[in-house]
Design a protein around this ligand. Sequence first.
Ligand code: GDP
Ligand code: IMO
Ligand code: MG
Length: 425
Amino acid sequence: MKTGKVDVLLGLQWGDEGKGKVVDVLTPQYDVVARFQGGPNAGHTLEFNGQKFVLRSIPSGIFQGGKTNIIGNGVVLAPDLFMAEAKDLEKSGHDLKKCLHISKRAHLIMPTHRVLDAAYEALKGDKKVGTTGKGIGPTYTDKISRSGLRVGDIFDGFEEKYAQHKERHLNILRSMNYTDFDISEAEKNWMEGIEYMRQFNIVDSEFELNSLLNEGKAILCEGAQGTMLDVDFGSYPYVTSSNTITAGACAGLGIGPNKIGDVYGIMKAYCTRVGAGPFPTELFDETGKKLRDLGHEYGAVTGRERRCGWIDLVALRYSIMINGVTQLIMMKSDVLDTFETIKACVAYEKDGQRIDHFPFDIEHGITPVYEELKGWKTDMTKFTSEEQFPEAFKNYIDFLEKQLQTPIKIISIGPDRSQTIVRKK
Ligand code: GDP
Ligand code: IMO
Ligand code: MG
């Protein structure tokens, strides 16, 4: 058990790296698991004992028993989707009313935020972001422009506040000529969600977390999305609307930067992206299709096809720098088990010049420079220790560690909780 520390676990690519699985695996070492940003745009998959769960707003620490799970102030919460998610878990025997705490300062995603999300996407035409349609951007926009509605608002004059916010949204939609929608059903469900939410512990999570920390408890922060989707450092404007990086954990939970311990950076052994935007190592050929088929690369929430490509070490070095990553976790290594050769992008070529750093613009004129490595051609999915790794896979790990100047501590070789190898060194 790690005591008195706040460790952060986050994605280094474009999301869906496997954060849910690893949070679940690491939870026994912690007392508290806290989400710090994002909302139901996330889909975190966990598999154990033949069961599979996909979590969206609820932290992935709920299945290991006796842990406190916190939805922090930096999260945006849709009460209707939260209710559906929590009720599903209740049905499968996981009642969260005691162990799940929600920050009063988390912002609420209103039904009209989802309509605004669709309206802004429609307005962008072929420049659309390809959002998850969950109202994430408009909710964070309201937060930053000081017009948001928060969880703590449900205790005082809520109906009136809600009506005012809704009217403001409807005015914006009218000004955009976007009027062909009906939210009456969604609104009913949403209000039910608000009532349902009242049964949970709605807290000042910043005080709670800091008290727990002072008592010597260990806290794990669970990131959503990935660094390449960060609103400041990602592939802007094709990003989400929050800070997905380590600094986001401080702001999204009220924890001082000096309290941060380890930063676990998660990456796939290759790379995927869902939605629009640049992706330098994307493959449009049979290899890309093979990665998608073998990796079951379809969105956990939307079912959308994920775009697939080789690992991009230029982008990863950038992500490691921005986050202060102390340990790497490599996921889905097993997906490459049958490949003859594996490529890794070690640099970009732009305007005839080789560049090793991640540039301002990755949308235009970037050609990846690849190094080719020998595949291991071994089924690793039943391995239980690193001693069993074939030489070619060990070479791949050594190569990545040298390129990224960061140790790879955990290797995932399948979706199940048990298919995880923690390295000794
Ligand atoms: P998250 O959003 O980062 O939690 O990741 P997702 O759940 O959206 O996507 C990861 C997908 O890969 C899920 O379907 C997982 O069950 C699956 N997965 C996780 N780790 C592994 C692994 O090591 N191998 C394979 N084959 N699948 C994995
Ligand atoms: P997890 O936590 C992958 C992408 C969307 C879109 C962009 C903006 O499961 O890794 P948004 O709805 O946030 O305004 O969409 O970000 N996106 C994700 N891609 N995994 C996610 O979450 C994502 N959350 C958002 O596809 O391109
Ligand atoms: Mg996901």
